[in-house]
Every structure is written in structure tokens, then in C-alpha cells.
Design a protein around this ligand. Structure first.
Ligand SMILES: *Cc1c(COP(=O)(O)O)cnc(C)c1O
Length: 358
């Protein structure tokens, strides 16, 4: 499904240089690499503030804390996005409720959330799933009319763009992850919060370091220790310029799978256009076990993103929900290998295996 050693080998010189700069500088946390990366990512996304943190889940937790309006208690999220928003919202001390996703985008939409916007909801988390920057202009407007803030989870969609802006520039705040398998990956954990709101940015900056307003002075409650270290920042700064080309390669891989699957039992979700950065190659089939078996016989490994929706996770202990689309997708989806360093030959092997299903 993924081989991180290939990207590391390709970037070896670049990464060695970046890490050598850190060794030479003597700074290990919140130093010049961190500052430069925050600036570079803000420029890339077209937002005014980026704050580096220790993971994508931490980014969500801090963004939700900052976004939640006074007196509200609940986060509304999709239940098909791996549980990260639920983990973060609960750590932030809030309740979580779920709305169903749209059949086409697999994301929340204005229509799927409108009935769920009760008075206790203060934050809606939109996850741009599988790399698809879903069209959220109308959803954001609807939420703002009701005093609800929107947090975009861009962990799978960094680099995706629409004419109106990049993924991460539509919500009140947005978050991303630099986990090594993401489209922009570090050599360890990392994450970031982005926003155009200076007050939100200042608050996230305080919360990621104990709630400090200055050294040893705690100004706000809910602080954490969640910093992006210099080594990861240097790696990310070195890799950021490649992101668009690598996202192109990912889209191309999915286009090959879509073509191979035409007329067969697998519906490979397309990733066409700048709004989709093809984080995962996801296909739907009612005969999943059988299909996975045939693909395995052809030497193709598959995975499931994600097998158990949040509202059915015992550890999340959610109140009962009825989410028909979410439940149907969880039973039908499978992921094919999709990372930029796959060779053309390997992609052909996957395509042959897909054709063997017909
Ligand atoms: C990976 C991921 C996260 C969490 O990121 P971590 O850095 O692993 O904490 C959050 N949301 C989505 C959609 C993800 O894919």
C-alpha cells in the first residue's frame, strides 16, 4: 500500500541538507526552520497565519477549542473520516454528533447538515476526504448565519485548490497533518493549524505551549504541549516545493485505475482537477471480500479507509445515529495502492488485476 523508503531515497540529498542546517543552527524547537516553514505554508495556502503543532489530531483539538463559541458544547462531524475529529473534540472537552455524508462527495454538505444544526452545535468539522476539496462555500455561509464556526480538516487534501481558494482557506480555521504517509509528509509526526483570523492564530499559538502568553505566564485555560520541532519543519520546508508535482502523479495513478475499472464491478472514485489531490485511491463494490481476494491473487494489496464509522466505534460511545450513506460506504469501500513513488510497472500490475475482475 505504501513504501516510504522510496520517497526518502529520492529526497535523500535534500533531507540531509535540511537536517544538517538544523544541526548547525543549534536550534531544536521553535527556531528558524519552524518560522520559515510556517511562513512558506501560509504563502502556499494563501492564508495569513499558520501555526505548527505536533500532529494533525493536536491541530484539530486546538482549532476546535479556539473555534467553539462561548456557551456551546457540541461538535458536528462526519462519521466516515477515521475518527480523528471525534478524538480531538472529546479531548477538547466537547460532545460530538454526526451528520450523514453526501453520496457523491462522501463529505458533509449544506443539505446533509441542515437538519442537524441544533442550538448546542458550535463547530462543524469538514473533512475533505480522500483528497477531495469539497465545495463548502454554501455550508460555511449556512453555519455562519447560525453563529457556528467551521473547521476544515485538510489532512488528506493539502494542495487541493478551487478558483475561490486552497483547501484550508474556507473555514474559520483549518488543520493538516504531516504524518509520513500524507501528501506532504515529515519523517515523524507533525501538524499545523491555518487561519485568516489573527485572534484565533494568537490563541492557538498560546494553547500549543501551555497557554503561555509569555514564558511561564499562563494566560488562557486548555493549554497543551504541542510543538513542531526543527527537524520536521526543515524536512517539510524542503519537501513543500515538490507537493504540486507529487499530487499530479497521484491524480495520474487514479486516472489509470478509473480507466481500467470501466465497465467492471469496481467503481473507482475519480480524482480529476485541481480540487482533488488523490490522497487515496478508493473504490466501491458490493462484493468487497471477493474483489479483495482476486486483487490479492494478482499481488495487489488493498486496505479499507475506514471500516468502522465513528458512531459505531465502541470506544467513542456515541448516542445511536442513523447514517445510511456512511454505513453503506463503510461496507463497500476499499483502497488501492496510491503513492507517487509507485512505478509505472506496478501501476500496470494493479490495472491488470482490476481488469481481471470484469
Ligand atoms: C491522518 C489524519 C488525521 C490525523 O493526523 P495525525 O497527524 O496522525 O494526528 C486527521 N484527519 C485526517 C482526515 C487524517 O487523514
Amino acid at each position: 500500500m505504501n513504501d516510504l523508503s522510496r520517497g526518502i531515497r529520492r529526497d535523500r540529498e535534500l533531507l540531509t541538507l535540511a537536517m544538517t542546517q538544523v544541526l548547525d543552527s543549534g536550534w531544536v524547537v521553535l527556531g528558524p526552520q519552524h518560522d520559515s516553514f510556517q511562513k512558506a505554508l501560509a504563502e502556499y495556502l494563501g492564508v495569513s497565519h499558520v501555526i505548527g503543532v505536533a500532529s494533525g489530531t493536536d491541530a484539530l483539538e486546538l482549532a476546535i477549542k479556539v473555534a467553539m463559541p462561548e456557551g456551546r458544547t457540541t461538535v458536528l462531524s462526519a462519521a466516515n473520516a477515521g475518527g480523528y475529529a471525534t478524538t480531538a473534540a472529546r479531548r477538547a472537552g466537547f460532545r460530538v454528533r454526526y451528520a450523514d455524508v453526501d453520496f457523491e462527495s462522501l463529505c458533509l454538505t449544506e443539505a446533509t447538515i441542515s437538519a442537524a444544526l441544533t442550538a448546542d452545535i458550535g463547530v462543524v468539522v469538514i473533512t475533505h476526504l480522500y483528497g477531495n476539496l469539497t465545495d463548502i462555500g454554501g455550508l460555511v455561509a449556512l453555519c455562519h448565519e447560525r453563529g457556528i464556526r467551521v473547521v476544515e480538516d485538510c489532512a488528506q487534501a493539502i494542495g487541493a485548490r478551487r478558483p475561490e481558494g486552497a483547501a484550508g482557506s474556507f473555514g474559520d480555521l483549518s488543520t493538516t497533518s504531516f504524518y509520513p504517509t500524507k501528501n506532504l509528509g515529515a519523517l515523524g509526526d507533525g501538524g499545523a493549524v491555518a487561519t485568516n483570523n489573527a485572534a484565533f492564530a494568537a490563541k492557538v499559538t498560546q494553547l500549543r505551549q501551555y497557554g503561555w502568553v509569555s514564558k511561564y505566564r499562563v494566560a488562557i485555560a486548555g493549554g497543551a504541549n504541542s510543538r513542531l520541532d526543527e527537524i520536521q519543519a526543515a524536512v517539510l520546508l524542503a519537501r513543500l516545493p515538490q507537493l504540486d508535482a507529487l499530487n499530479d502523479r497521484r491524480r495520474w495513478i487514479i486516472a489509470q485505475y478509473v480507466a481500467a475499472a470501466a465497465g467492471g464491478p469496481l467503481r473507482v472514485l475519480p480524482a480529476v482537477g485541481e480540487h482533488h489531490v488523490a490522497h487515496l485511491a478508493v473504490a466501491l463494490t458490493a462484493r468487497r471480500d471477493e474483489v479483495r481476494g482476486v486483487l490479492a491473487e494478482h499481488g495487489v494489496s488493498t486496505d479499507i479507509h475506514f471500516p468502522v464509522p465513528d458512531h459505531e466505534q465502541p470506544g467513542f460511545n456515541a448516542e445511536p445515529h442513523s447514517l445510511p450513506n456512511t454505513e453503506e460506504f463503510a461496507g463497500q469501500s476499499l483502497s488501492l495502492p496510491c503513492f507517487p513513488e509507485l512505478t509505472d510497472e506496478e501501476i500496470l500490475t494493479v490495472c491488470k488485476a482490476i481488469r481481471a475482475l470484469a
